[in-house]
Every structure is written in C-alpha cells, then in structure tokens.
Ligand binder design. Structure first.
Ligand SMILES: [Fe+2]
Ligand SMILES: [Fe+2]
Length: 233
C-alpha cells in the first residue's frame, strides 16, 4: 500500500492497530506511552515529533515473539549480530529484528526511524538525537517505576538530550552490574564513548568560557549537577 505521509496521523493510527494485534495489552499500552513520551521529548529538544512518536510506538514491534522466533528473524533477515547476543543476551534481539522486519514490510519508514528502533535495546556510540529520544522515552515513560526515574524525568529540558540519554543509559549500566548480569562489550563501548564525549564537552565549554574571559571553566557540567540532585530512594 502506498503511503502518502509515513508519519502523519493516518499512518500512525494504522500502525497502532497493527501493533495492537501483535502485543499483549500491557506491552501495547507501554508502546503508546513511549510514543507519547518520545513525541514530548522531540518537541522539547527540537526534533521531528512525528518521527519520534512513530519510532516510539513501534520500538517493541517484535517483543511479542518468543526468543526462538526472534532468533529465527535473525536468520531470516541475515542480520549481522554477535553470536554471544543470540545465545546469552537474546533480550537485545528484538530491536534489530523489529527494524529489519518493519523495513521489509513498510518501506515508507525511513532508515532514521528504523535505526532508532534497532538501537533501543543496546544503545550505540554516536547515537542520533532520534536514537537518544527513543532510547530515553522507553526508560522514562510514565509507567516506569524505578529508583531514579523521577530524577531523570525532572532533568528533561534542563539538561541536553545527550546528558539525559546518559542518565538513562547509566541507570541500565548500574542495573546490569547490580544484578550481576552479563554485559556485551558494546555496552562498555557505549559507556566509554559517552564519558569521553561528556569530558570533551566539558573541556570545550571551559575553553570557550576561558576565551570569553568568564569564570565558567571550573564549574561542573549540568549533568554532573543533575546527578548530585538525584534522590537516594
Ligand atoms: Fe524493547
Ligand atoms: Fe519498550
């Protein structure tokens, strides 16, 4: 079917209906909340709201499949996925498999939207703003309830999108360590990349402030301040 406006209201409703048939009502409700949260984040951070809501809606497209079915998708679409993920961390598969399946079935969906869907499970170095929006929306939608979620929500609009994504990613990183869970090397790569980026930004900001003759160079970045404000309970 030819779709005139891939991210318009009409196609959004059509995809919502199709999604409902694939997921449990709980997962479907979560997907709708992620769509709404992604749309809000896009509005706040100046990104395309319609793309964000579509990517948010569809991010768990394959979550209703069994792990065997997800593994089958990997073969079907000849996805280049580390065998360790397939055997030991299959919960990371549903992002890449959903992106492949959606791309094949709905050619109107752009690569940027499919990439954001693909990356929502493991993150990646060099995330685009849309990637970060979907990843973060999945973790802070109103149905989420964990120790730091309120503090991360409070940071929305106060810190940069990258800093917000960092807070969400850090929470997952800490969760994996706290639960003695295996970690894929790419997760550590993402962490290192983020820390490097943050430090570079800090240095750049300090250098700019120094050039301008202000006293800013010794101040902590906003994200460090946001971290400090996080409640312990
Ligand atoms: Fe997911
Ligand atoms: Fe999700």
């Amino acid at each position: 079917m030819a779709v005139e406006n891939a991210y318009g209201d009409e196609n959004f409703k059509r995809m919502k209906k199709l999604l409902k048939e694939r997921l449990s009502s709980k997962r479907y409700d979560h997907s709708k909340r992620v769509a709404k949260t992604a749309e809000e984040l896009a509005l706040i951070y100046g990104e395309d709201e319609n793309k964000a809501r579509m990517a948010g809606l569809l991010h768990d497209w394959d979550k209703g499949l069994t792990l065997e079915e997800q593994r089958h998708r990997v073969e079907q679409f000849e996805l280049d996925i580390d065998p360790v993920i397939i055997t030991d961390m299959p919960y990371l598969l549903h992002g890449p498999t959903a992106a492949a399946a959606l791309g094949a079935e709905f050619p109107e969906l752009g690569r940027d939207v499919l990439q954001a869907i693909s990356r929502h499970t493991s993150g990646a170095p060099n995330m685009t703003p849309l990637d970060m929006i979907v990843y973060t929306a999945d973790l802070i939608e109103p149905g989420r309830d964990y120790k730091r979620v309120k503090a991360i929500r409070k940071s929305v609009g106060k810190v940069s999108l990258q800093e917000l994504y960092f807070l969400a990613f850090k929470n997952i990183y800490e969760f994996l360590i706290g639960q003695n869970r295996m970690m894929h090397p790419q997760t550590a790569d993402v962490w290192n990349h983020l820390i490097y980026e943050m430090q570079t930004n800090t240095v750049n900001r300090a250098a700019a402030a120094f050039e301008a003759g202000s006293q800013l160079e010794a101040q902590p970045t906003d994200w460090i301040a946001a971290e400090r404000e996080m409640p312990e309970d």
